[in-house]
Write a protein that binds this ligand. Structure first.
Ligand SMILES: Nc1nc2c([nH]c(=O)n2[C@@H]2O[C@H](COP(=O)(O)OP(=O)(O)OP(=O)(O)O)[C@@H](O)[C@H]2O)c(=O)[nH]1
Length: 350
């Protein structure tokens, strides 16, 4: 009997790439030349870090060698850990604050200047999917809390206490929002005013008969603020309101294909590698992964931590928000571990 063949260890490479913008705000992509891995795909110019080099130093050298420009390196955008069949990549992406010279493909590579909203139309390596999302999509994802005790429409209803009658009145009265629901909408307005641009409408525990109306009003406010909206778990409601759908982890096993048409956002809550793979196979636009840190909403759960987050993140190429006990102060660390940003109830709620 022959001895089992050990799987060859994947080599690790550290690559630094630059987001170079022209005066019109377009971003430079270079095409990988024949004979290299992923030949023909478009990428952000850059290359491998040499031993002893800083990320900034490596990027300045690569851009000089590849494009003939002298670059000034700016902010960190995201570092994406990514498993490829033959290697483990860490792709560290930086803004190029300024450069001198004219960019030319000095190694025979084609170049193209692309408006940011068109980046996703270019075929790029898997590690670049989270980079393109980091450049164009919100880094904060608000998940709404439940609106509180709202089974009370008025003092009369409280006395009657008959849900059937309340349901009938809801159908007649176009504005039956309770004080708690109105406070909830005001908090949503404050979150939108603070710059939140991606919202998951979720109200576990809220009266299901009242939720469609409240969600419709909330979706309208989000639209007015140009924020993207997804409703939690309910594809029918999402279609009625013409908004996106956020799948619960338990729902990932149900659909055989993407549950909404292309162009309508679909997100997914994930806890395991299997969830993430399923979300990716379904064509979800992004995932939410946690719980990252201990949080009062999940007592007794220690949180997976950033290293485990990065190990899961590298097995897929979806944009992924981290969730669980996180806030604005965690955004830089999230980006260093390949996260699109942070999903939260408390931290982003007005
Ligand atoms: N510069 C750059 N490299 C990227 C991007 N995305 C991405 O996956 N990569 C990967 O990072 C590695 C960059 O290595 P390289 O360009 O310096 O050298 P190479 O082709 O000889 O790579 P190799 O030695 O791994 O085969 C490649 O494996 C490439 O596929 C990107 O946006 N920019």
């Amino acid at each position: 009997m022959s001895a089992p063949v050990a799987e060859p260890a994947r080599r690790s490479i550290e690559v630094v790439a630059g987001v170079i913008r022209d005066a019109r705000g377009r971003i430079l992509l270079a095409r990988r030349t024949e004979g290299r891995d992923l030949a023909g795909r478009w990428e952000f110019p850059g290359g491998k870090r040499e031993p002893g080099e800083s990320p900034e130093g490596a990027l300045v050298r690569e851009l000089r060698e590849e494009l003939g420009i002298e670059a000034e390196i700016g902010d960190h955008v995201i570092t994406v850990p990514q498993q490829y069949p033959d290697k483990h990549l860490s792709l560290d992406v930086r803004e190029v604050r300024a450069f001198s010279g004219t960019a030319r493909g000095r190694e025979g590579q084609a170049l193209v200047w692309v408006p940011p909203h068109k980046l996703a139309a270019y075929e790029m390596p898997p590690a670049d999917v989270p980079v393109v999302a980091a450049l164009g999509q919100p880094d904060r994802y608000l998940v709404t809390p439940e609106p509180g005790a709202t089974g009370v429409l008025s003092a009369v209803d409280r006395v009657v206490g008959n849900l059937g009658q309340i349901g009938q009145r809801l159908r007649r009265d176009p504005q039956p929002l309770s004080p708690a629901e109105q406070r909830w909408l005001q908090a949503l307005d404050r979150a939108l005013a603070s710059g939140i641009r991606r919202v998951q409408l979720r109200a576990h525990g809220h009266d299901p008969a009242r939720w469609p109306l409240l969600a419709a009003v909330a979706a309208e406010r989000c639209r007015a603020a140009r924020a993207e909206v997804l409703v939690n778990g309910d594809a029918t409601l999402a279609a009625q309101l013409s908004v996106g759908l956020h799948l619960r982890a338990a729902q990932l096993v149900e659909p055989a294909r993407r549950p909404m048409p292309d162009g309508v956002p679909v997100g997914a809550s994930c806890h395991t590698l299997e969830d993430l793979r399923r979300a990716q196979d379904l064509g979800c636009d992004f995932a939410v992964l946690g719980t990252l840190k201990p949080t009062p909403s999940h007592p007794g759960e220690p949180g997976i931590g950033w290293d485990a987050f990065a190990r899961l993140r590298e097995a897929v190429s979806l944009p992924i928000y981290a969730i669980g006990g996180l806030g604005a102060a965690d955004l830089p660390e999230a980006r260093r571990h390949g996260a699109q940003g942070i999903a939260a109830i408390r931290a982003w709620w007005g």
